[in-house]
Design a protein around this ligand. Structure first.
Ligand SMILES: NC(=O)c1ccc[n+]([C@@H]2O[C@H](COP(=O)([O-])OP(=O)(O)OC[C@H]3O[C@@H](n4cnc5c(N)ncnc54)[C@H](O)[C@@H]3O)[C@@H](O)[C@H]2O)c1
Ligand SMILES: [Zn+2]
Length: 357
């Protein structure tokens, strides 16, 4: 079991989360507990219930990104009311990033906020969504447009749950893990290079998840409301969001982040940062993990326009987070539109002999 307290509440990474959670809730003197869970992991939620004395059956919701909506939120709030949840109640939300974002927002708004514990069961949930206090749902106009910054009282990363995670879901999480590895560099990045050739099921997940959370938690601790330092965590994401939007989400977020990490490396090289050798290390790592490095069909113009419309809200200039080296990342870099366009064009084809020309 690994535990972080940097954010003022425990983040626990454990193989036996039911037991660790039971201890935490007992020590908190929890009077009432309501379990909310993603229906897909119902069996796992049931295992958690059995470990908690006095918790009733988990309330299950059919979730997906398409159901991360105000309508689903209303259903969750109604279910909390029907369960007679009150300010003495602790809500435990179990599932991937969609679940912890949505249940966290429900707990933040029900009776103007009741205590929330996140139990992350997906890799994305563990290394990204459940850490940092951002909760919310999507609106028709865009992802995560309605929500709240609100810290949980604890986060549990449920390593046993990874046993049922699909390969594609591991890869989704690995894109963020590699991003954290590039930001942190050193042993954190090297450990991923060592593990990459091995099947996910054999990885020492407690260490990998802990290494990754350590990076995110450090930037979150410095910047709770995302006004500055946390921008570092957007490495690769200016490209990623543009590719996701230009392909109408045909690329998953993790795939787009992998392509975006290559894009950030290329733009860094073009603007006199980074080294070719380190850029190639990032590419090999992503490739070994089965993540894509090229955007395939995505034409350059729509990606450029998705990127600039994304940035208009921040005053027009295209700002990037770029690596200077593994473990040394610079934020707020203004890049010439010509360079950005050249990088997007290059991302249409796989890396090869022409990567640096
Ligand atoms: N709040 C934040 O800071 C933050 C950060 C990153 C991502 N997010 C959000 O997280 C979401 C993506 O997270 P995600 O990839 O976990 O999505 P998700 O919650 O939809 O989970 C992905 C899939 O895996 C299933 N699943 C979850 N745990 C499982 C398990 N242990 N075994 C088998 N299947 C399991 C889910 O049912 C779903 O089908 C997005 O909505 C994104 O906006 C939020
Ligand atoms: Zn991301």
């Amino acid at each position: 079991m690994t535990r972080f307290d940097d954010l003022g509440y425990p983040i626990v990474i454990a193989g036996d989360v039911p037991r660790a959670l039971a201890t935490f809730l007992r020590e908190r003197g929890a009077r009432r507990i309501v379990l909310l869970a993603d229906r897909r992991i119902a069996a796992h939620a049931e295992r958690i219930r059995r470990a908690l004395r006095g918790a009733s059956a988990p309330l299950l919701f059919t979730l997906s990104e398409r159901r991360k909506t105000l309508k689903t939120l209303e259903g969750v709030l109604d279910a909390l009311a029907a369960a007679k949840a009150d300010r003495e109640t602790i809500v435990v939300g179990i599932g991937g990033g969609v679940a912890t974002d949505l249940f966290g927002f429900a707990a933040a708004s029900y009776m103007r906020g009741i205590p929330f514990v996140a139990v992350a069961t997906s890799l994305v949930g563990m290394v990204d969504a459940a850490v940092g206090g951002k909760t919310g749902v999507d609106l028709r106009a865009g992802k995560n447009l309605a929500g709240a910054f609100r810290d949980p009282i604890a986060v549990f990363c449920d390593l046993a749950a990874l046993a049922t995670l699909r390969e594609a879901q591991f890869r989704e999480g690995m894109a963020e893990v590699v991003k954290h590895g590039v930001i942190e560099g050193g042993e954190t990045f090297e450990a991923l290079e060592t593990l990459a050739p091995h099947p996910f099921k054999k990885w020492p997940w407690e260490k990998v998840v802990a290494d990754s959370i350590r990076v995110k938690a450090m930037y979150v601790a410095d910047d709770r409301l995302e006004l500055g330092a946390r921008e570092t965590l957007n490495l690769g994401h200016t490209f990623a969001h543009a590719f996701e939007r230009a392909t109408r989400y045909a690329l998953s977020h993790g795939e787009a982040v992998a392509i975006g990490l290559r894009g950030a490396g290329l733009l860094a090289l073009r603007t006199g940062r980074f080294s070719e050798a380190e850029h190639l290390r990032v590419l090999s790592l992503l490739a070994l993990l089965g993540l894509p490095l090229e955007s395939g069909g995505a034409a350059t113009a729509p990606v450029v326009s998705a990127m600039s419309s994304d940035k208009k809200s921040r005053g027009g200039a295209l700002r990037f987070v770029l690596p200077r080296a593994l473990g040394d990342v610079e934020t707020g870099v203004i890049a010439a539109p010509r360079s950005v366009r050249a990088v997007i064009e290059r991302l249409r084809t796989p890396p090869g002999a022409r990567e640096f020309r």
